[in-house]
Design a protein around this ligand. Sequence first.
Ligand SMILES: NC(=O)c1ccc[n+]([C@@H]2O[C@H](COP(=O)([O-])OP(=O)(O)OC[C@H]3O[C@@H](n4cnc5c(N)ncnc54)[C@H](OP(=O)(O)O)[C@@H]3O)[C@@H](O)[C@H]2O)c1
Length: 327
Amino acid sequence: MGRQDLKGQIAIVTGASSGVGWQAAVRLGEAGVRLCVTARSEEALARLCQDIQAKGGECIAVPGDVTVQSDVEHVVRECVAHYGRVDLLVNDAGVQSYGLFDELPWEHITRVFDVNCFGFMRFARAVLPHFRRQGGGHILNVQSMLSKGGAPLLSTYSASKHATLGWAKSLKLELTNTDIHVSNILVPSVSSNMFAHAPTMFSRAPKPVPPTYDVDVVARAVVRAARSPGKTLVPVFLQGWLILAMDTIVPFVGDFILGRWGKRMQMREQPVNRREGNLFQPMPRVMGPYGPVPATPRWKRFSATAAIAALAGGAVLGAARLARAAR
Ligand SMILES: NC(=O)c1ccc[n+]([C@@H]2O[C@H](COP(=O)([O-])OP(=O)(O)OC[C@H]3O[C@@H](n4cnc5c(N)ncnc54)[C@H](OP(=O)(O)O)[C@@H]3O)[C@@H](O)[C@H]2O)c1
C-alpha cells in the first residue's frame, strides 16, 4: 500500500479526551485530517476541538461510551452526517486496573475487556459497512507492548490487548484483496493520564513500567501509520524492538526482571485510595490531557539500553558456553 495523502481525510478518534488519543487527534489535525473525536468527557472533547480549530483544523466532538452499542453507532452516524464519509478509525480508548489477578473484582476484569477489546470491535463493526460501501478505509488500533508480553498487576489489561491484536490480525486477513486496511501500533509506556485515573487495589499510586516516553512519540506514529496503512508499528527501540528481540532470543531475562521487580516498578511513593478510578465513570483531568509521570530522560534510556543489551548478550554467551560444555 503506497503512502497516503492525509489532507482532507475524515477520521474518528476514540479515547480523544486524554493522553495518546488527544495528542493523536492534534497531530492528525495538523496533517489536514478532518476529525470526529469521542470519549465520555464532553468538556475535554470540546477543549480539544477548540485547540484544533484554533490551528485551522476541523473537528466535531461526539461524546459516547465505547461499551454502549447505541453510543458507538451514534458517533459514526454523526461523523458521516457531518462530513459525508469516514476514512480512518483510530481505536484508542483504553483502561486498566492494577491488582493481583485473584484480587481484582470480577467486574473490573469484564470491564477492561469491554472497553479495550469489545470497544475496538464495536467501532470497527460500525465503520466497516461505510468502508465497504466507499470501497476503502483504515482501522488503526492503538495496541500495547503488552499485546505481546506480560506484566505483573496487569494480567487482565495484557490479556485484553493480546486478544485485540489477535482479532486485528485475523480481520486484516479477512480484508485481503480489499482496499480496507488494518494497522496496529505497539505502544510502550507513555506519560499519559492513565496513571492518574486507573483504579488500583493498592494504597500507592501506579506508574508505568520504565522507561516512559512522551505521548507525542505515539501520536507521531499514529500519523505515520495513517499515511502507510496495513503495518504493525513499533515506534521505539528500548521498550520496543529490543524487548521483542529479547523475548524471542532470551525470554528468561525479561521474565527475571519483571518477576522480581515488576510490582515495585509500577508503584509510586504517593499514597492513593482509588478502587474504581475511571473504569465506569470518567474522572476530572486535574493535569490536563497529559499525565503525572514525566517521560524518562534520553540519557537514562540510553544507559538502560546499554545495560539490558549487555545483560542479554551475557545471557546468550553463557547459554552458548553451557551448550558447548554439555556436548
Ligand atoms: N499509557 C501507557 O503507558 C500505554 C501503554 C501502552 C498502550 N497504551 C494504550 O494507549 C491507549 C490510550 O491510553 P492513554 O495512555 O492515552 O490513557 P488515558 O490518558 O487514560 O486515555 C484513555 C482514553 O480512553 C477513554 N475511555 C476510557 N474508558 C472509556 C469508555 N468506556 N468509553 C469511551 N472512552 C473511554 C478516556 O476518556 P473518558 O474517560 O473521557 O471516557 C480517555 O480519553 C489505550 O488503548 C492504552 O491501552 C497506553
